[in-house]
Design a protein around this ligand. Structure first.
Ligand code: DSN
Length: 420
């Protein structure tokens, strides 16, 4: 590379990535092949439209790449192309979710007597502080500005989804769409029950499986495809691909797939990033191998070891543990278990002498080479900029070959750093 400034910065970031222990639950390390596809000449090409129906010439090869990606995406999740459609063009998770809502959830826009504008479409999504994602209808996101979010949450005692409450709320609100699949929820989601709720409320069932896609592909987390109408996913978390997203849509008489395709292009995006699509295709092939299945098994094993070792040292884990790659630690207490579980305390005096906020914990760990993110915990009384916990994940370090004994050592180190 001739640009020395950028080259040096890339080298520095490469070094940083090698040096640290990366426990960011949404990050991973891609293969050289994925990087090669991303850095290829495919980035030069405009390809607005879909395979066979482009608005630019010269797309014969690009059509083959996009079709290959489609075929591999369906195959990886055992989907019959007659039953499922997949759009491989979303640039990332937020535009993918926005495209689904744009296509399927009606917007109001009727001026009310008091001058406000009515919003008719309801998106039922988990509240941010309970583990939901911004793009599941939170107010600060476009998805919460164009549509009304009906937030749902967790049971305060178990810190897991209360499906009966969820059903009650859904029946009362009758949202157009119910979103499950979260950004900070360690447990297995009962897709069948989500389907029952969606059917009862006559809602569309959407699953955002961004965090768990690699675990679903690896067969260590239940697949949502037997139940959902729409499944979105980013491709760069446990799936270990480039930053991009996919939208899977069940084919039926409603032709949701056609609406969603139109919302992606020309609704929200112009030319797809063909280099990114090729890189996704590479990652999807990798994810279909026995080696990837072994990887997915190890990711969950490592997370369970991390849970056990932290718990042994007195740390309270949200929901008491994990079924996935993801762990939420309540750092804002004195390092002891809360008995019984209570709403997190707002002040240090209430929290106990050893309490440490999520921000303090994350900053302190980073100084010692462990990278995590601060995270709100359910029913958090603190603000998102300095919440009561941290989120940990095992996907990235498992890619680097770390096993149970390594995660035992990592847990010990985390405990020592946080108690200093
Ligand atoms: N930022 C991602 C995460 O960390 O979960 C979701 O967009």
């Amino acid at each position: 590379m001739k640009d020395i400034q950028v080259k040096k910065l890339i080298e520095a970031e490469k070094k940083r990535q090698k040096k640290v222990i990366n426990l960011i639950a949404s990050e991973n390390y891609v293969s050289k092949d994925v990087l090669e596809a991303l850095g290829s000449e495919l980035t030069n090409k405009y390809a607005e439209g879909y395979a066979g129906k482009r608005y630019y010439g010269g797309n014969e090869i690009v059509d083959k790449i996009e079709q290959l990606c489609v075929d591999r995406a369906l195959k990886l999740f055992n989907l019959d192309p007659n039953e499922w459609h997949v759009n491989v063009q979303p640039l990332s998770g937020s535009p993918a979710n926005l495209a689904v809502f744009t296509a399927l959830v009606p917007r109001g826009g009727v001026m009310q007597k008091d001058g406000t504008t009515s919003i008719t479409g309801k998106i039922m999504g988990m509240a941010l502080d309970q583990g939901g994602h911004l793009t599941h209808g939170q107010k600060v996101s476009a998805t919460g500005k164009f549509w009304q979010q009906i937030p749902y949450g967790l049971d305060q005692t178990t810190e897991t989804i209360n499906y009966d409450q969820l059903r009650e709320l859904a029946m009362k609100e009758k949202p157009t769409i119910i979103v499950s699949g979260y950004t900070a929820y360690p447990r297995i989601i009962d897709w069948k029950r989500m389907r029952e709720v969606a059917d009862a409320a006559e809602s569309i069932m959407m699953v955002d499986m961004s965090h768990i896609a690699g675990l679903v592909a690896g067969g260590v987390y239940p697949s949502p495809f037997d139940y959902a109408d729409v499944v979105t996913t980013t491709t760069h978390k446990t799936l270990r691909g480039p930053r991009a997203a996919l939208i899977f849509v069940k084919r039926d008489a409603r032709e949701l797939n056609k609406k969603i395709d139109k919302a992606v292009f020309p609704g929200l995006q112009g030319g797809p990033h063909v280099n990114q699509i090729a890189a996704v295709a590479v990652a999807l092939k990798e994810a279909a191998t026995p080696a990837f299945r072994k990887y997915a098994i190890q990711v969950v094993k490592n997370a369970k070891v991390l849970v056990d070792e932290l718990e042994k040292r007195g740390w309270r884990l949200i929901s008491g543990g994990t079924d996935s790659h993801l762990i939420l630690v309540d750092t804002w207490n004195d390092g002891k278990k809360r008995e019984p579980l209570v709403v997190t305390s707002a002040t240090k005096a209430e929290a106990g002498a050893g309490a440490i906020t999520g921000k303090e914990a994350s900053d302190r760990l980073e100084k010692h080479g462990i990278i995590v993110n601060k995270n709100a915990i359910p029913f958090d009384k603190r603000l998102p900029a300095d919440p009561s916990g941290i989120r940990l994940g095992t996907a990235a370090e498992t890619t680097r070959g770390r096993k149970e004994k390594d995660f035992k050592a990592i847990a010990k180190k985390i405990d020592e750093i946080l108690r200093k």
